[in-house]
Each structure stands twice: as C-alpha cells, then as structure tokens.
Design a protein around this ligand. Structure first.
Ligand code: ZN
Length: 135
C-alpha cells in the first residue's frame, strides 16, 4: 500500500481570520471549499507535496463544533493518501482499529475519505484519502 501525507487538519474558530493570518504569516494562498454534508467550511494551502487544511464548523451539528468547544483551536487530524481506500479500511479493521467510517464517503475536491478514531492511533484522528485522478 502506497502511503503519503496528504494534509494536516487544523480547527479554527473563524475561517476568514485564520486565512488572513496564515496568508500574511506564511505568504501562502488559501483555497476555500464548502462541505455542506459535513457542516464544514475548509481552506487549503500547499506546503510542499502536502497541504494544510484550515477547518471551521458551519453548524453546531458538526463533530468539529464539539471538538472546538472541548479542546479549542489547534491540530485536529492527519490525512494519508492511499491508492485503495477500501483496502486501507480493511487493513485497519483487521488490525483491530476503531473506524469512524465503515466505508469511504465524499470529501473535499471530489476525493473519498474515511476516518479512524484517535483512540486507535495513539491520540491522533486519522483520515484516509483516495483521490480521483482525471482521465
Ligand atoms: Zn482532512
């Protein structure tokens, strides 16, 4: 299985302010994306081969909203790109990990994603991402 660090997720209270801060501080360019089915708005900027994802909830129903209330802003998850997300989930299941998503679901940029519970990976919420590559 090919594994590559795709992005690091950071939860923020105010996406506009976070984008302004990161763009000013690091000279990066952020790209925003709404994820209505997950009640999130995100913004990505490139960092070498990987990206940083700034995340803010758009509704109190979002799990990220509860995270913000309990833990405040900060590091939220690591995302690994895999070439076969079904195989990655099966491997995680076999290894006894607690899966948040039993199956892959739609993520940002048309990719499919699935999350593994942080309790199973030493405190780190972990996301698998399988990209759709244009034909
Ligand atoms: Zn992510």
């Amino acid at each position: 299985m090919q594994l590559k660090l795709d992005h690091v997720g950071i939860v923020v209270h105010d996406l506009d302010r976070a984008i302004a801060t990161y763009e000013a501080a690091l000279g990066v360019q952020c790209e925003r994306e709404l994820l209505p089915e997950r009640h999130l708005e995100v913004a990505f900027f490139a960092a070498g081969e990987s990206r940083i994802e700034l995340i803010t909830p758009t509704s109190p129903e979002s799990a990220v909203s509860r995270f913000l209330e309990k833990r405040g802003e900060g590091l939220h998850h690591l995302a690994y790109e895999v070439d076969d997300i079904a195989a990655a989930l099966e491997r995680a299941r076999q290894a006894g990990l607690r899966l948040i998503d039993q199956e892959a679901r739609p993520g940002a940029h048309g990719a499919v994603v699935a999350f593994v519970h942080p309790a199973s990976l030493h405190g780190v919420l972990t996301e698998f991402v399988q990209k759709v590559h244009p034909h």
